[in-house]
Design a protein around this ligand. Structure first.
Ligand SMILES: *[C@@H]1O[C@H](CO)[C@@H](O)[C@H](O)[C@H]1NC(C)=O
Ligand SMILES: *[C@@H]1O[C@H](CO)[C@@H](O)[C@H](O)[C@H]1NC(C)=O
Length: 224
């Protein structure tokens, strides 16, 4: 739903947002962590979701933890780069730099360990009606070093996915991540078989519309 609702935003809309900040260390030191429990766009209650971020010599490591999960709902017929966002996923949108991005990586993982990865070209920064919105799929994520590991704990109502995102996708050479500045946002979708396709949406930095593609809301991330 959100992909279509997002396109209703008027081209003239000007968004300015106050966004949160995450400082993330080298993985050898630990992880920078955030927790969110706010829905998109109203900021209402949402299942607790944690994200941990650190950097290694060659990659960003992102650990997504979905707490209070009731459905673990995915479509088993879906594979790499399919529309897994119609069901339940956790997501990171990633841009190296400090500006509100027009182009960024969209990474998603579902409870079945299936991933979606694409660079998005969104020149309006808000997915405005009548403006370009293009998706450049990363066709061979494993060959590129983009991978996930997923563990479900149905008794604890938790699922955790850890993603490895190569720094080279953002032209950060090996060993050069420290001191770099990023814009990121983290998202989760919640939907059950009996409520499909109407999703509950959640975000670290909730946009003001039921769309994830509003980049002025991306938070600040610093690799320290
Ligand atoms: C899963 O996807 C397939 C293929 O698109 C579709 O036929 C099927 O209805 C979907 N299942 C669910 C549970 O949505
Ligand atoms: C998940 O997918 C990755 C590739 O992205 C694979 O390496 C891993 O073995 C898969 N399985 C689990 C349980 O994480």
């Amino acid at each position: 739903m959100r992909k279509f609702l997002g396109s209703l935003i008027a081209a003239a809309s000007v968004v300015s947002a106050t966004v949160p900040t995450l400082r993330a260390p080298a993985c050898a030191v630990g992880k920078g962590s955030v927790e969110y429990s706010k829905s998109v766009p109203d900021g209402g209650p949402f299942p607790r979701t944690q994200v941990g971020v650190c950097y290694s010599e060659t990659a960003i490591e992102i650990t997504f933890t979905a707490l209070e999960e009731e459905h673990f709902f995915f479509n088993a017929s879906q594979g790499t780069n399919d529309a897994i966002w119609e069901y339940e996923v956790m997501e990171a949108f990633v841009h190296r730099g400090t500006n509100d991005p027009q182009t960024y990586l969209e990474f998603e993982v579902n409870p079945n360990n299936v991933t979606f990865q694409a660079f998005i070209h969104n020149p309006s920064k808000v997915r405005a009606a009548g403006r370009a919105f293009d998706t450049f799929f990363v066709a061979q994520p494993l060959a590129d070093g983009l991978a996930a590991r997923t563990v479900l704990d149905r008794a604890a109502r938790t699922w955790t996915s850890t993603a490895t995102v190569p720094l080279g996708l953002f032209n950060v050479d090996p060993g050069r991540a420290r001191g770099t500045a990023w814009r990121m946002n983290f998202f989760r979708t919640v939907v059950a078989p009996d409520t499909f396709p109407d999703q509950l949406l959640g975000a670290w930095s909730p946009p003001d519309q039921p769309s994830f593609h509003i980049t002025p809301f991306f938070g600040n991330v610093y690799f320290v």
